[in-house]
Each structure stands twice: as structure tokens, then as C-alpha cells.
Design a protein around this ligand. Structure first.
Ligand code: SF4
Length: 161
């Protein structure tokens, strides 16, 4: 037998929510539910949690003005997004990696793959995965195609299949 559900008075709950939304600006519903739970518990001496408020809001079909937060998170203003390619240009270790790759390709007579390095430098993850397989298989595309290393996390998404 499950636990008996906590009785919450619908009228009181609706009134508290309505007042709360008029007098406060909540970032998301979690914040609202916590506030309402505290108010309701104080007013009625019936201790309820934010989760109980959430359940009763759904049960009583109470329409809320407070928007849902993204995955329950408080909305934090994001700074300007920097493209991955721009991050690579500013990152000396990334520059070094691409430079080493280019040099290795020249040594291994694999210069036909140089455009893939350029794509990777521009921020293409697909190109980076391709480069990983190419270096792993010594620039033999057939090796990558028939790669048997199913333990490799790149195996399902490897190029040249
Ligand atoms: S999928 Fe195969 S070729 Fe690609 S990195 Fe993994 S082991 Fe190497």
C-alpha cells in the first residue's frame, strides 16, 4: 500500500499562487513552487514541499503565468557565442596540433587530405573525426572502411564506410 497523498486545499493553493505571481517575478517554476510551498505551509500548518505543489498544480489544472525554465534551470544570460574555428585560431595548442598534422601528412605523402585539416581548423567536428581515423589507419582509407576495432568509440561514425 502506498503512502496516503498529502491533502492540499485547492482554493487556498490557487489564491497563494495567484498572489505570488502578482507580487513576485520568478525566474522559473521551481522558484515559484518553493515559494508557494513555504507560504502554504505557514498559512495552513500543513507542511508541503515544492514537489507537492507541482503535483497539485497539475492535478487541479492551475494555469501559471511563470514560464518554464530550460530543464528547470534559471535562465542565465549567455555571452556572445564564439565559433569553434575562432577558438582554434586563438588557441596555440590547437594551432600546434594542426601544424603537426600538416607536417605528418607531407611526410607520409598524404597531402590529398590537407583540405580536411583546413576544415578541422575551421571548427568541423566531422573533419576532426575523419583526421583521427586517418592518423590511426596511417592514411589508408580502406583500413578505416574495414576497421574491426569495435571498441573504438569512433567506430560507428567513422568515415569511408
Ligand atoms: S574507428 Fe577504427 S580507424 Fe577510426 S579511430 Fe577508431 S580504431 Fe582507428
Amino acid at each position: 500500500m502506498g503512502r496516503p497523498s498529502i491533502q492540499v486545499d485547492e482554493v487556498t493553493l490557487k489564491r497563494i499562487i495567484e498572489n505570488a505571481e502578482i507580487t513576485n517575478q520568478f525566474q522559473n517554476r521551481n522558484e515559484l513552487f518553493s515559494y508557494v510551498a513555504e507560504k502554504y505551509s505557514k498559512e495552513t500548518n500543513v507542511i508541503i514541499s515544492a514537489s507537492v505543489v507541482y503535483l497539485r498544480v497539475n492535478e487541479y489544472n492551475i494555469v501559471l503565468k511563470t514560464p518554464k525554465g530550460k530543464k528547470g534551470q534559471t535562465k542565465i544570460p549567455k555571452g556572445e557565442r564564439v565559433k569553434r574555428g575562432d577558438k582554434f585560431s586563438a588557441d596555440t595548442s590547437a594551432q600546434k596540433t594542426f601544424e603537426l598534422l600538416r607536417n605528418e601528412m607531407k611526410r607520409e605523402d598524404a597531402t590529398r587530405f590537407l583540405p580536411i585539416v583546413a576544415k578541422a581548423e575551421g571548427g568541423s567536428v566531422k573533419a576532426i573525426i575523419k583526421l583521427m581515423c586517418l592518423t590511426c589507419a596511417n592514411y589508408e582509407t580502406n583500413e578505416i572502411k574495414h576497421c574491426q576495432c569495435i571498441m573504438c568509440p569512433l567506430h560507428p561514425i567513422r568515415a569511408y564506410k
